[in-house]
Every structure is written in C-alpha cells, then in structure tokens.
Design a protein around this ligand. Structure first.
Ligand code: DCP
Ligand code: MG
Length: 393
C-alpha cells in the first residue's frame, strides 16, 4: 500500500521581531517594528502587538509610525537572523532529511513514513514545535497536508504558534475555509480580475472549466486557479533542488513595475542568501533568479561566473544583470527570487584566483558583520556593512 504523503510547512512567527525580543526581553509585549527608519525605509516585519494597528511587512516605515507613534524601531540584524535560521533548520533536519528551505524562516519537511519515529502527524508536529521552542526560545507555526501547497496554507491558518493539519480528502473544505482572499497565489490583482467576472468565492471558481479559466485568465494563471480552488497542488514549490541551493523569494502584494523597488528587493534578498551561505559555510558557483509575471509565466535564469561567488554585492550584481535580460521598463512583476546554486562546503574558494578579487574583501567584511551580529551587536555607519531593508517579501 502506498504511504500517504505527509508534508510539513514550518514558518517562524514574527521572525525578526521574535529574535529581537529574545535578545532584548524588554521589547516583549511592545509594538516592535524591524526595518530602516529613513524616509524610504520599509517595515520588514512587525510584532503581533504592532499588527493590531494595521501595520504589516512592506509598509513604508513613515506610514507605520503614523499608525502607531509609540512603536519602537529596530534595524535588521540579518546575520543574527541567519544564525537562528540555521539553528532552526538543524532541528528540523533531525525530523526528516528531506528538507526544503524556501526562505529565511520557512521550510518544507517531507515527513512521509515517519510515523513509527514520531507518531501520527499531529503528534510529530507537536514534538517539533516543543523542540524548537525549547532549543531556541521561539515559536513556530506548522501546517500539515498531503502536498506542499496545502501545508503552506495550513501553517498560516492558525498563526502564531499554530498547528493545523488538513487530512487527505479534506482539501476542498479547507480551501473553502481559507477563502479566495487568502488562497495562496491569489493576490490583489488576481482578485480584482476575478471580481470583474463576478467570482467572489472558491466555490464559484470551481464552477468554471479549465478551458474557460484559461481563456479568461491566460494559460498559466487559468491552470493555477483551476487546480488551487480544488486543493490540488499547482506545483509552485516543487521544482527546486532541495539541498544544493540557498534561495529566497518575494511575492509582491501589488505587481511591481519600478526598477528601484526591484533593485531594493534583490539587494535585500542577496544579503539574506549570502548570510545564510556564510552561516552554513557554503560557497556557491552559480547565481539564479526567478521572475514570475502577473499571468504566472515564470522564468528562471542562471549565471555562473568564472570565479566563485564571494559576497552579497556580487550576488546582487549578477542577479540584476539576469533580471535586465528579461525585464524592460514597466514590465509588471509578481514575484522575484534569488538563489545561490552549485554549492560546495568551505569558506575558501576551490581555486585561489590569481588576483585578490574585490568581492573577496566584501566577503571578509560580511564575515565580520556575521561575527559581530552573533554577539548581539548592531553594526552602524559604514555603508557596506549595512543590511538593507527589504521592500516587499
Ligand atoms: N521579511 C522582510 N520583508 C517582507 C516580509 C518578510 O524582510 N516584506 C522578513 C522579515 C520576517 C521574515 O522575513 O520576519 C519572515 O517573513 P514572514 O512572512 O514569515 O513574516 P514573519 O515571520 O515576520 O511573521 P509571521 O508570523 O506572519 O510568519
Ligand atoms: Mg514567518
């Protein structure tokens, strides 16, 4: 008999904010905003207390402070967050070797066939949550389903400190409970397109055939909607290599057409990926980007420079070159991702290049930042040392 697939999606609660509270308990219970407070700064994340004021990730900091003037603003310490991220991933690996980390604070874990070790899925989820809490002091939300798509939405369903299992066969009921507004992959733009055709609920969506959805919304989006509203995994998360990459991606709430927002997002994601690589003592040879257009057409592009990839800035420059191969002024973008591929373990390049590469120096600087931030120190001033504030993620 075939084993029922059991996929966990694990997502840390208010990740950056929770770590700041951990390192500085006087922040507990406060409206805490992580992000840059310059005029262009945006909120990377907000504590749950601050969310009550309507503050959310990617909101301009100025607007957030208008909503909650007494909020405390803390600059991101990306290196520290990467360190905790790697600690959590190590714990998850003790539950299953089949781990797919999809951003700094979330991962899929294939738990199929682990019942004898950890009990039924819900029990395993409980043990996992307790272990992470005990070893890191942080809470996670766990979603359990027979596919990545369902598990991903289940972890969000019961946040924070959640545990939600969708049993096989109950997918449609779950999708209806989640609703069209929160259906993964259906952003504001898609929603207004759906509204134009008087589709307000997942149930209404199911009354359309694949053909009619594809003629209304295009081939990829039509297919995505057809499968998603039936709780069938549209395969959004499955194509990626599991262990030999470190990648992250950002889905924009509103499709982005501005190069400067795309650049800011790429820069911040490049830092995230680089700090994770440093933390895991991995060096990459290839940089890749993923770009998804509003109609769900998705491109992946890769570049393998001659030497090795040493620094966040180098990732950023390569990623930007790749982006500009596909992007021209004003093309709306729904999702952008950056990854480091062909990883090998070590802190030195495979072959020493003949000349000291300027990026090697940057890597050294980034290693210093990592060490300082691990000790809980903020790094100010020098422009190169700053962790940029992400735009939307
Ligand atoms: N992040 C970011 N910019 C965004 C969104 C997120 O820099 N636009 C960063 C900060 C978050 C972390 O990534 O702490 C994880 O993102 P999540 O979307 O999982 O958000 P949180 O973990 O903060 O909160 P939640 O409890 O909703 O998962
Ligand atoms: Mg999270």
């Amino acid at each position: 008999m075939e084993l029922e697939p059991v996929i966990f999606h694990v997502d840390m609660d208010a990740f950056y904010a929770a770590i700041e509270v951990l390192d500085n308990p006087s922040y507990a219970g406060t409206c805490l905003l992580i992000g840059g407070n310059s005029s262009r700064g945006v909120v990377a994340t907000a504590s749950y207390e601050a969310r009550k004021y309507g503050i959310h990730s990617a909101m301009p900091m100025v607007q957030a402070l208008r909503l909650c003037p007494h909020a405390v603003v803390v600059k991101p310490r990306m290196a520290r967050y990467s360190q905790v991220s790697s600690q959590v991933m190590d714990i998850l690996r003790q539950f299953s070797s089949d781990l797919q980390q999809i951003s700094i604070d979330e991962a899929f874990l294939d738990m199929t066939g682990t019942r004898r070790l950890f009990g039924i899925p819900r029990q395993a989820g409980k043990i996992l949550k307790e272990r992470v809490k005990k070893e890191t002091g942080l809470t996670i939300s766990v979603g359990i389903g027979a596919s990545r798509f369902i598990a991903k939405m289940a972890s969000d369903y019961d946040k924070p400190d959640g545990l939600c299992r969708v049993s096989q066969g109950k997918e449609i009921a779950f999708i209806d409970a989640v609703g069209l507004q929160k259906l993964w992959g259906v952003g504001k733009v898609t929603q207004s397109l759906l509204a134009k055709h008087h589709i307000q609920t997942t149930k209404e969506l199911r009354s359309y055939t694949m053909d009619s959805l594809q003629s209304l919304f295009g081939k990829s989006m039509g297919q995505f909607l057809y499968l998603a509203c039936r709780g069938i995994d549209p395969g959004i998360f499955s194509g990626e290599a599991k262990s030999h990459s470190i990648s992250t991606e950002t889905t924009f709430e509103h499709d982005v057409t501005s190069l400067s927002i795309l650049e800011q997002t790429l820069l911040s994601m490049s830092h995230e990926v680089m700090f994770r690589a440093l933390e895991e003592k991995q060096i990459g040879r290839t940089v890749g980007i993923k770009v998804r257009l509003p109609d769900f057409t998705t491109y992946t592009l890769q570049a393998t420079p001659q030497g090795t990839i040493y620094s966040a800035e180098q990732i950023y420059h390569l990623a930007k070159q790749l982006l500009l191969q596909k992007w021209h002024d004003g093309t709306p973008i729904r999702l952008i991702g950056v990854g480091l591929y062909q990883l090998y373990e070590g802190s030195r390049p495979l072959q020493e290049e003949l000349f000291e590469d300027p990026y090697q120096k940057k890597r050294k600087i980034e290693q210093v930042v990592l060490a300082l931030q691990k000790q809980g120190k903020q790094v100010f001033k020098a422009k190169n040392l700053e962790t940029p504030t992400p735009s939307e993620k």
